[in-house]
Design a protein around this ligand. Structure first.
Ligand SMILES: Nc1nc2c(ncn2[C@@H]2O[C@H](COP(=O)(O)OP(=O)(O)OP(=O)(O)O)[C@@H](O)[C@H]2O)c(=O)[nH]1
Length: 349
């Protein structure tokens, strides 16, 4: 008998938009579905996988969480993603649904196109691409901040086809969407939300449905079961890169850079976080996340910065034998001064 194809949902969206938060909520409310999760992160510290392990054990045990850390999923489709999917599909106990969290810097298009590879196409279909949007960042003009500058340059140079890397990526992730989640609505008012709706709508010609959310609280029935089969429509959702390089030139992430900072214990987390806000603003760090060792505390402190908005909470106990320490991944544009940022973060302790 022919096996039914397993539906796979791709969750994308810029750095810090709330993808992991949405998935955590989904795993905790999966309604009996067994979900396999493939997580891809930019930067050498598997924070998202760590945050998700154990949070929805019934829907997704630790074995069902697979981390792809070898670069952005859109560039490692052949070497990483396809072999991972093949292994997953060989398992005796196949999942009901597969959820893939792309890195915040990934283009979803090459990933979705991979579902047309023969070894995948017969067994899995893309249920839909869900793009999570940080509404507060959009309302603050985060993805359009170079607009005037770029427009002015365009007047001088007709050949200019590049927007800012943030803006391009933002549009590419929206272009791929079957459903757009306007997340973080708690951080903006009604007028701000209207600006976000208009801004997001103006950046996609296909006009997928948009729903509002805070803390990624969206019912599993809304997220899963879109039934689109996105892989069959991927030719209509070309990224800027594909439009500009129809000759097949390789896409890369040269515009962005990341590194890991290791520090000693943080004795006064509140003061550290206040100082960190200043460092992030001064150096235009896009994203910082990781765990801190606070002396005298049995739990590790999760620190999450998206721009200079920082959340932190004690997350779980350090396990016996685990190396207590403070480690953060820092992500910024490629011209970020790594040495200066490292020094400034160290000085903030
Ligand atoms: N105020 C507010 N904060 C949110 C909301 N959703 C997520 N966050 C916070 O935003 C930060 C980033 O959330 P994540 O879910 O890790 O974002 P992400 O998209 O997975 O991040 P990357 O994988 O690094 O790209 C965390 O501190 C979350 O607690 C929301 O709706 N409102």
């Amino acid at each position: 008998m022919l096996q039914q194809k397993i539906p796979a949902t791709v969750i994308t969206g810029f750095l810090g938009a709330g993808k992991t938060t949405l998935i955590r909520n989904l795993l905790q409310n999966a309604g009996g579905k067994r979900i396999a999760l493939i997580i891809n992160e930019f930067g050498d510290l598997g924070v998202d996988g760590d945050v998700l392990k154990g949070c929805g054990a019934e829907a997704c045990s630790e074995d069902d969480i697979i981390e792809l850390t070898n670069g952005c999923i859109c560039c490692t489709v052949a070497d990483d993603f396809i072999p991972t999917m093949s292994k997953l599909l060989e398992r005796e106990n196949r999942p009901d649904h597969i959820v893939i969290e792309t890195s915040g810097l990934a283009l979803p298009q090459p990933l979705v196109a991979a579902f047309n590879w023969p070894e995948i196409k017969t067994q899995v279909t893309v249920d839909g691409v869900i793009t999570v949007v940080d509404s507060a960042a959009v309302a603050a003009g985060r993805f359009a901040d170079d607009h005037d500058k770029v427009d002015a340059l365009r007047v001088e140079d007709d050949n200019l086809d590049h927007e800012s890397p943030l803006e391009e990526l933002f549009e590419d992730q929206l272009t791929a969407a079957d459903l757009i989640i306007l997340n973080k609505t708690d951080l903006i008012d009604a007028a701000g939300l209207q600006i976000v709706r208009d801004e997001v709508a103006s950046r996609t010609v296909r006009k997928p449905a948009m729903i509002e959310a805070k803390n990624g609280e969206v019912a599993a029935a809304v997220l899963l079961g879109l039934g689109v089969g996105t892989e069959d429509d991927i030719a209509n959702r070309k990224s800027h890169h594909e439009l500009e390089h129809e000759n097949g030139e390789e896409h890369d992430h040269d515009e962005f850079d990341s590194f890991v900072v290791e520090l000693g214990a943080i004795a006064d987390p509140a003061a550290f976080i206040e100082r960190l806000k200043g460092v992030i603003a001064e150096h235009d760090v896009l994203r910082l996340k990781g765990f801190a060792d606070v002396p005298g505390k049995p739990l590790r402190l999760l620190v999450q910065a998206v721009g200079s908005r920082i959340d932190s909470y004690f997350e779980r106990a350090w396990t016996p034998g685990e190396n207590r320490g403070t480690r953060f991944v820092v992500i910024g544009l490629h011209d970020m001064d790594e040495a200066a940022v490292r020094a400034a973060i160290a000085a903030a302790v």
